[in-house]
Every structure is written in structure tokens, then in C-alpha cells.
Design a protein around this ligand. Structure first.
Ligand code: ATP
Ligand code: MG
Ligand code: MG
Length: 353
């Protein structure tokens, strides 16, 4: 069978490797850590920095197509890979999603609403941006943030002395805080031939910036679900996308959908698909990048996915005795605080037909 190159060997790379193996495909994973979570399941692990030229050469030599499992892969490295092998999702999607300013400008440019925002490149611009947006805001680094890292909440009128510096004095974006009713996300996929499939909306709860729980179905009407699917489809088409994408939304009290961010990869809020759908987001992504037809996204069950973060992984033992609980552990050694160690999806009943 063919080999798929995966840049990044965290839990997402691990679950992609598992899905590929089940379809008779091989995987070669590039990750600086030879003992990364994906190492157990991949056929080959190339342990080197993501921008190591000879490692990228080795990756291309080992596979027919390259994908990635996180959005902070260096764009230049993926461009170099792109000269030798197809890279899916396309490098342009990576570039757009890596920078919160580029991302929001792209979204607004194709008619998709987001929170109001201003680029803040230096501390002097912060006061002006705050006046412009007014009210509660959030300052975020443009790049490299995840799980709510690199963010500072700014209450209306509170002192802003040192806030820009506290994020590392790097280019930032100021976003108006959205008084959302709830957060929802859609996991969608686009095949090489342009076919698009989307899973049902998940409703997401976060704690200190980290996803805690995704509940499916989300409490949102059919009109909202259709709108979310249309937005995801527009993003996928504009990026000439191949693979799975995660689109995070705020649903406002007025019923408006605002995109929070996009993730050009499989997404934590789509982990429930492995328990409640015949074809998981991981298999869907592998199918897409391998040039295969997409699977149906029909859900057979309602469900709740809960992340096991840090010491919560100790709950895994009790979960083993629960009926209708699908447990996934990532094989990470140390249960450090805030570290995603695994997740459980509890099937809560048959999905209405
Ligand atoms: P991820 O791990 O999903 O990539 P991230 O670090 O990129 O997270 P965001 O998704 O931007 O961070 O923010 C994390 C959470 O913080 C959001 O899901 C939401 O709960 C809250 N949040 C972020 N931006 C806003 C906003 N403008 N208004 C209200 N809440 C927000
Ligand atoms: Mg993010
Ligand atoms: Mg997010």
C-alpha cells in the first residue's frame, strides 16, 4: 500500500496513523521526539526538527503524499515538501490559519463574519485599538497560540500597562469579546474531486482556554447547522482544500454565527466521530489525502466527548467499566497539568433518523 507522510506526531498524528493502518496504508511521521505519541502506530518515525532539510528529504522519499497534524508547521518547510510531493491541506490553508490576522482578513474577505478585530503590532497601537472596539476585549498573539495560550483578557477601562509585553511583545490581534450564547464547531472534509461532506455540529465547552467537552447534537436549529455547513464549504472551496478542517464558531444571543478560528487538520471537537459515526474524522482525512472517496458523515448515536486533561487520566480505569463509553488514551508518559492525555466519548442514545 501507499505511504502517507504526517508532519507532527502528537495525539492527532497518532490517531491519523491508526486510521491509515486500518485502511491498509502506511505512515511515516516527522517529529522531533522519537517517542512522540504517533511513534507507536506509525510505520516509520523520522526524528528531527520540522525545518530540517535532510529530514524533509527523507520524508518525501518515504511517502507519496504529505499531510500535517498541527497548524504551526513552518510554511517554508511545507513549500519545500510541496515541490516534491502533494501537500494536503494545501500550504495556503496552513498559511492562512497560522496567523490570526491573516485568518480573519481571509474570512472577512469572503464574506464570513468574525468578532471585530484590530491588528496590534506594537504597544502604542493597543490603546487606540481598544478605543476603536470599546468594551471587553481579548489580546492574542497572532501566531503560535493554542489551548488558550498567548491570550490576555482586557476588561473595559482596566489598565493596559505591560499587557502587550506579557504576551512576549510579539505582533498581536485585539478581538472584541463576543458575548456568545454557546460555542459550536463543524468538522468538514473536501476530497480531491471537490466533494464536500460535513459532520453534525458539536457544542463545545472550554475551561481556561482548553476544550473540556463536546456534545452532539449541539443545541442549534437546522438553519444554524445549514449556515455553518455553508460557511465551511465556502472556506474549503476558496482554499482549494483537500482533507479535514475544523471550523470553530460563536453563536451569539441574537442568533448570529461568527467564526472564531479555523484549524486546517482534524480537530479535538471532532473526536466524537470515532465513536458515533461509521467513518471517523481521522479516516475521512486519510481518505481525502489519499485521493479516495469520502465516507458518509451520518451519526448513529448522540454522544458527549470529554477530554482527559492532566491527572484526569486517572479516571480512565473507572471508564473501562462504563457501558457505551469509548476510551482513547494517547500513550503519553507524564500527566502534566493542562496536557491532553486522552478522551472518552459516551454514547447517550440512538440518533433520531
Ligand atoms: P485552540 O486550542 O482551539 O486552537 P486557541 O488557543 O487558538 O485554541 P481560541 O480558540 O482563539 O484559542 O480561544 C480559546 C477560547 O477562548 C475560545 O474557544 C472561547 O471560549 C474563548 N474566546 C476566544 N476568543 C474569544 C472572543 N473573541 N470572544 C469570546 N470568547 C473568546
Ligand atoms: Mg487555535
Ligand atoms: Mg480555538
Amino acid at each position: 500500500g501507499a505511504t502517507i507522510g504526517i508532519v507532527g506526531g502528537g495525539q492527532l498524528g497518532r490517531m491519523l496513523a491508526g486510521a491509515a493502518a486500518r485502511l491498509g496504508l502506511k505512515t511515516a511521521v516527522l517529529d522531533p521526539d522519537p517517542a512522540c505519541p504517533a511513534a507507536q502506530l506509525a510505520n516509520r518515525i523520522i526524528a528531527a526538527a520540522y525545518d530540517d532539510a535532510s529530514a524533509l528529504e527523507a520524508l518525501c522519499g518515504a511517502c507519496e503524499v504529505v499531510t500535517y497534524e498541527f497548524e504551526n508547521v513552518p510554511v517554508e518547510a511545507m513549500r519545500a515538501v510541496g515541490a516534491q510531493r502533494p501537500v494536503y491541506p494545501p500550504v495556503e490553508a496552513l498559511e492562512v490559519a497560522q496567523d490570526r490576522v491573516t485568518e480573519k482578513a481571509f474570512l472577512n474577505g469572503i464574506g464570513i463574519a468574525t468578532a471585530a478585530w484590530r491588528a496590534v503590532d506594537e504597544p502604542a497601537e493597543l490603546a487606540h485599538a481598544l478605543l476603536d472596539l470599546s468594551g471587553d476585549c481579548i489580546l492574542k498573539t497572532r501566531r503560535l497560540g493554542y489551548d488558550g495560550k498567548g491570550q490576555a483578557a482586557l476588561k473595559a477601562g482596566a489598565p493596559i500597562e505591560g499587557v502587550f509585553e506579557s504576551l512576549g511583545a510579539v505582533p498581536a490581534i485585539l478581538e472584541k469579546r463576543v458575548a456568545f450564547e454557546r460555542e459550536v464547531s463543524v468538522i468538514a472534509a473536501r476530497a480531491l474531486d471537490g466533494t464536500v461532506e460535513a459532520y453534525d455540529l458539536a457544542e463545545n465547552e472550554h475551561r481556561v482556554g482548553i476544550l473540556r467537552r463536546s456534545t452532539v447534537p449541539a443545541r442549534a436549529g437546522a438553519d444554524i447547522a445549514a449556515q455553518a455547513g455553508e460557511i465551511a464549504g465556502r472556506i474549503l472551496a476558496r482554499l482549494n482544500y483537500v482533507g479535514v478542517i475544523g471550523v470553530e464558531f460563536f453563536l451569539t444571543r441574537e442568533g448570529a454565527l461568527l467564526v472564531n478560528e479555523i484549524a486546517p487538520r482534524v480537530h479535538n471537537s471532532g473526536h466524537w466521530t470515532e465513536a458515533a459515526c461509521a467513518v471517523s474524522q481521522f479516516e475521512q482525512h486519510i481518505r481525502a489525502v489519499a485521493g479516495w472517496p469520502l465516507g458518509r458523515t451520518t451519526r448513529h448515536s448522540d454522544c458527549v466527548m470529554e477530554n482527559l486533561i492532566g491527572e484526569e487520566v486517572l479516571k480512565a480505569f473507572a471508564i473501562l467499566s462504563e457501558p457505551d463509553a469509548v476510551l482513547t488514551l494517547y500513550g503519553k508518559g507524564e500527566a502534566r497539568q493542562g496536557r491532553k492525555m486522552g478522551h472518552v466519548t459516551r454514547l447517550t442514545g440512538p440518533a433520531p433518523r
